[in-house]
Write a protein of this length. Structure first.
Length: 545
């Protein structure tokens, strides 16, 4: 911790004209900083000589304050080493004579609840510390307690909004982002880092200033051009470079489309089950989601769905339904396009995992079949290259391309132009398609190793499905079994799988199963890792296996 940062903060708050002695003010400010964890446990405080010099006060005053803080247990002092903040919890200040005897101060008199950035320890300490700071500074301990009605909670400690609560309670993100058998995670160890580094260094050696500023609306022109060529060739997407909007990934692409094409209260059809991240984006958007069941041909609206008022939007994964893995049939694609045309609906096509197919040739994208300009096509490089790249794209209808570019710049103030330039050359030089070919072969091999392991252990009792594309298979569990309990038991064994039931709109509609990712697991580790997973299954579901 820099002494100058602490000195500046203290100097701004010491009132030289106050009737309260400087000693009392300094003691109180340091006490509050320690209680709030803005001065974290173990932090070294400036020497009395240095702090006195920077504050322009007598060294004796600082020494006296430090000695009092030592007596109260806020700091410890070691000869020859210095003075350090003790590991003191807010509850331990009850015995302090200084705080309890100080008069309560009004909220307007409170020092800043958060110190300058140079003093901040961690986010959790800020939230916890702000609460303690407000309590201590208001004299809430002892006889001078201030009523909470007169002094509202600090904003950092107030409850979340209904929208925020819905987002947090329904969150599906995992703290683990790799290892056996985390779904949706590619093998980043096989990424051609040397090629990427060469291209990256090329730009750094002759860095253009325009690559260090905000991105123009829609993203870097070079990347939009090479992407348009790639999508036309590989996915039959009909677009010009101007229709491509560079984003940070699928979440942002969907968020942008939803904001521009719908209003709160509008209805959107979603597949059931569907990706939890999509549900989170839609929940905070204020849309009414209508979950639509899927069958072997993809999204399968019922007579009741068709009888209801038409939706404003539909969100589908036709190339590889996530998470079940089926491919939407050509007949079903044409049906959805015709329905959207008749009812003036928008379709958001998430072309998830279309690059990784291990059997039949992929069908053309839904957008490629669209003749009415009603499909918004979205994709990303998170699975094909590496998740940390955070580059995705959206193909807007031609008539709305300029609006999408303007809105993207207005809402998100995009940057990362250097990354976009490197990616554009990576694609243009053929490295992208070469990498996909290599990884498709590798993942296909790992997929087969996993399927063989499942078959050897369980045969037809617990079949695996959805493995013709993507980076995971779904292992079906017996009806009535608790897939969440199995996932928890597996995690206790250091195996990460996702319960299928968590992807459904409700437990009543859910089928039990496990999403088992194989992409990031070396071939030789798949068998032993699956044996460990099988142990969790057998222990948790003894009546079913």
């Amino acid at each position: 911790m820099r002494a100058s940062v602490l000195s500046d903060w203290l100097a701004q708050r010491l009132d030289r004209g106050s009737a309260q002695p400087v000693y009392r003010q300094l003691h109180k400010l340091l006490q509050q900083a320690i209680l709030s964890r803005e001065l974290p446990a173990g932090a070294r405080v400036p020497s009395s000589r240095l702090l006195a010099a920077e504050l322009g006060i007598a060294r004796n005053t600082v020494t006296q304050v430090y000695e009092q803080l030592v007596l109260e247990g806020y700091v410890t002092s070691a000869t020859g080493r210095g003075t350090f903040v003790a590991d003191t919890s807010p509850d331990e200040i009850v015995g302090s004579t200084e705080i309890g005897s100080m008069p309560a101060r009004k909220n307007a008199d409170l020092p800043g609840a958060v110190l300058p950035a140079g003093l901040v320890a961690t986010n959790s300490q800020i939230v916890h510390g702000a609460q303690a700071l407000a309590t201590a500074a208001a004299g809430a301990i002892g006889a001078n307690r201030v009523e909470t009605a007169a002094h509202p909670q600090h904003p950092a400690t107030r409850t979340l909004s209904a929208r925020g609560t819905r987002l947090i309670t329904g969150a599906g993100v995992s703290k683990r982002q790799g290892g056996a058998f985390m779904p949706g995670v590619p093998d980043v160890s096989r990424f051609p880092a040397r090629v990427w580094t060469r291209l990256h260094n090329k730009y750094w050696r002759s860095l253009r200033p325009d690559l260090l500023t905000y991105a123009p609306g829609g993203g870097l022109a070079l990347l939009r051009h090479v992407l348009a060529d790639y999508l036309r060739t590989s996915r039959s997407v009909r677009c010009s470079p101007e229709q491509i909007i560079i984003t940070t990934g699928i979440h942002q692409s969907i968020d942008l489309a939803v904001r521009l094409l719908s209003d709160p209260g509008d209805t959107i059809w979603t597949e059931d089950p569907c990706y939890w991240g999509v549900r989170s984006v839609l929940h905070v958007s204020g849309l009414n989601t209508r979950p639509i069941a899927v069958d072997s041909e993809g999204l399968n609206p019922s007579a009741g769905d068709f009888a209801a008022p038409p939706p404003r939007l539909m969100l589908v994964t036709p190339s590889h339904q996530y998470p079940l893995g089926m491919v939407m049939s050509l007949a079903r694609r044409r049906m959805l396009l015709e329905y959207a045309r008749q009812h003036q609906c928008w379709i958001i096509e998430d072309d998830y995992d279309s690059e990784f197919r291990y059997g039949s040739r992929p069908l053309a994208s839904l957008q490629g079949l669209d003749t009415a300009g009603q499909v918004i096509y979205v994709g990303s490089f998170g699975k094909t290259l590496f998740p940390g790249l955070r580059v995705g794209y959206l193909v807007a209808p031609e008539a709305l391309a300029e609006s999408f570019a303007t809105a993207s710049a207005e809402l998100y103030r995009e940057g990362q132009l250097l990354q976009q330039a490197v990616l554009a050359e990576f694609i243009a030089e053929g490295h992208f398609t070469s990498h996909i070919r290599k990884m498709r072969a590798l993942y296909g091999q790992r997929r087969q190793v996993l399927l063989d392991a499942v078959a050897r252990r369980y045969g037809d009792a617990l079949p695996a499905m959805g493995g013709d594309a993507g980076l995971h298979v779904v292992m079906q569990l017996p009806e009535g079994s608790d897939d969440r309990a199995v996932a928890e038991a597996a995690l206790a064994r250091n195996i990460v799988v996702r319960p299928l039931s968590g992807y459904y709109s409700s437990r009543e509609r859910a089928n039990p199963g496990l999403l088992i990712g194989y992409a990031c697991v070396p071939d030789e580790e798949i068998g032993p890792a699956f044996d460990t997973l099988a142990g969790a299954i057998d222990t948790t579901l003894p009546a079913f296996v």
